[in-house]
Design a protein around this ligand. Sequence first.
Ligand SMILES: C[S@@+](CC[C@H](N)C(=O)[O-])C[C@H]1O[C@@H](n2cnc3c(N)ncnc32)[C@H](O)[C@@H]1O
Length: 218
Amino acid sequence: MKKKKQPWPTKDAMEQIYEMKLWGDYHSSFYSGSGSHDPNIVDPYIAAVTQFLTSFKTPITLCDLGCGDFNIGRQLLSHTQKYIAVDIVNSLIAHNRTQFEADHLEFYCLDIAKDKLPDGDCALVRQVLQHLSNQEVAAILEKLNKYRYIVLTEHLPNGSFIPNKDIISGQGIRLKKQSGLDILAPPFNFKVFAEKQLLATIPQDHKGVITTTLYQVW
Ligand SMILES: C[S@@+](CC[C@H](N)C(=O)[O-])C[C@H]1O[C@@H](n2cnc3c(N)ncnc32)[C@H](O)[C@@H]1O
């Protein structure tokens, strides 16, 4: 009898991605992939999120959930009152602590599907949920409504698609199933007060579109 494929715990899967450099290498000990480094993708993102962050009279507290190698976070840091960056990979967080230092910056190793999320005004969730199973996405969404704002970035298919097909958490994303995440659609039905698309960028390989949406939750 064929054995049913048992998913790895997400922490093990993410650790292996960094250890085996499955998202690429570029001579750095930790590399979160071209989506975190390609200037065609990163520069417009930094510009759009900077505009949002600087629209507040008083800078806000940002919680970067799944911060990866912090190439994104380091470029947003100066526009925040406090920046809390978390990731599931312990060694990555330990490495980030040695690379990036600021009085208002804190790094924590957390599993955002299982652990209590840090307090803040806005959650930045960039190309994280796309790697996670529907069960984990649902567990995360239950906690995300503590933030007034969510800036969510997801890699989606071009054109129309059936959202939220389930995947096993890991390196891959729903694009391989011609699907992508829509947190407002079933089975999640996440409730928000307002929604605004900040950005849609076509990656260099022309596979899908990377969209960034600002949700005002309450
Ligand atoms: C593709 S990388 C994106 C990194 C960063 N957000 C960026 O855009 O540059 C996805 C990151 O999410 C982290 N991650 C995945 N599942 C997580 C979880 N349950 N809790 C915390 N971090 C998680 C991974 O370890 C990885 O660093």
